[in-house]
Design a protein around this ligand. Sequence first.
Ligand code: MN
Length: 243
Amino acid sequence: MRQTYFIADLHLSESRPDITAAFYQFLDSHIVNKDVDALYILGDFFEVWVGDDYVTQLSTDVAARLKRVSNNGTSVFFIHGNRDFIMRDGYAKKAGMTILDEQTVIDLYGTPTVILHGDEMCTQDIEYQKFRKKGRGWWWPRLMLALPLWYRRSVAKKAREKSKQNQAGKSLDILDVTEEAVLNVFAKHQVNNMIHGHTHRPDVHHYKAHGEALTRTVLGDWYTQGSYLVVTPESQKLMSTPF
Ligand code: MN
């Protein structure tokens, strides 16, 4: 049976070995040698990414596991999240994965589908969108990656603390996507199917626009469960497996 998997928001880190273990378990039970066409990782795969030159046991092990997946014939694709958007081809190559554009349209067994991390659709969070614009622009990543590793690590640490403080003061609505932004993404790519992560609110949403039925699937985070979407030529199933 042909099948394609989607995951996002694992937030892999040294401080959460249980998440890493759940991810390896997921690969072993669903992906490796299971006749899977593709595995798509839609951002925030790692809790923090300060550059491909910051090599850890975790990043090395994860790359080796993923490399095995692609060597076995399953294509692995990655879209940047807001935590790991300065990952580059150096690490992707080690992990046997291909980095895709931040909004990419794929042919999902005949259904054109736009896939993205999704943070750009949280348009009510103006402060964050300002940072996003800078971070995804041409000069900021180049400047960051030219700075010494210790400095980048301290910038990342401060940014995480600041983001925690900011989020604590924001209502849940502000941190979610807006319907306007969602409909704009559907319209921009002229598709009726969307898959994204980021908001940590796993669900399947249905819309009607211009007489078309639109479907938006949100992947869950991996803080307390494994969460994935599995798509076959016949079905789309959003699954969660508690640790
Ligand atoms: Mn995110």
